[in-house]
Design a protein around this ligand. Structure first.
Ligand code: SF4
Length: 215
């Protein structure tokens, strides 16, 4: 097992400003942006939310906008019909049951349409400052290549990472692993020769042959 402290400090040197790349100014905007980010790039989501938040930056306004108009605005996003339904129905739940306020527990967040454990973890950590490791495709891939987890299931990977890193590092490691996965340890062409972790990465130069099919 590689030294988690060294890994974290090396990644912090590389990405000292690591943090969310989605644009948001409120808890609700963050929730909406993360729901939209499923199978869509953060760059695309930020383009979409600039238009969406101009007319609907609260659950009340999202309800008033209506599912059809939401779908029109977010149509360049993958699975836009399902996401429009989730945003509309989720806004109604927030208004009816939470006075329009985004709840701060995983259980309540995961009751909202379009919100799974990963989305709930992103909201809990970035909106409410609760330690959480959201496991997306980049975190899964990096966890495997760095020898931090051999699991395929995102929840089991999350549990493995929770054991490797102290709780105070969970949120930061989520951002650091994502950035390294986007910029260096990419899915198809990992830049091992240019990677700052290559001296101790167990899969340096082997990522392609050792990756699991699911990654
Ligand atoms: S050495 Fe290669 S496989 Fe390991 S983290 Fe760096 S890019 Fe990824």
């Amino acid at each position: 097992m590689i030294d988690a402290t060294r890994l974290e400090s090396d990644l912090l040197l590389l990405y000292p400003d690591a943090g969310p790349e989605l644009n948001f100014t409120t808890d609700y905007e963050l929730l909406v942006a993360v729901i939209l980010s499923a199978q869509c790039t953060d760059v695309r989501v930020n383009i979409i939310t600039e238009e969406l938040f101009a007319v609907a930056d609260t659950p009340q306004k999202m309800c008033e906008l209506g599912e059809g108009r939401i779908a029109q605005i977010i149509h360049s996003c993958g699975m836009y019909r399902q996401k429009a339904k989730a945003l509309y129905n989720g806004a109604k739940i927030l208004l009816d049951e939470y006075d329009g306020i985004v709840p701060d527990t995983r259980e309540e967040l995961m009751r909202l349409p379009g919100v799974g454990r990963k989305t709930a973890n992103v909201v809990l950590s970035n909106a409410f400052g609760m330690p959480a490791i959201a496991v997306d495709t980049h975190v899964s891939r990096l966890a495997f290549r760095l020898g931090l987890s051999d699991e395929k299931d995102p929840f089991k990977i999350e549990l493995d990472l929770q054991k490797v890193f102290p709780m105070s590092s969970w949120t930061k490691m989520h951002h650091l692993l994502i950035l390294h996965g986007r910029r260096v340890c990419t899915a198809r062409s990992p830049k091992c020769q240019d990677c700052s972790l290559k001296s101790y990465c167990p899969r340096k130069g082997l990522a392609h042959v050792s990756d699991k099919k699911s990654l």
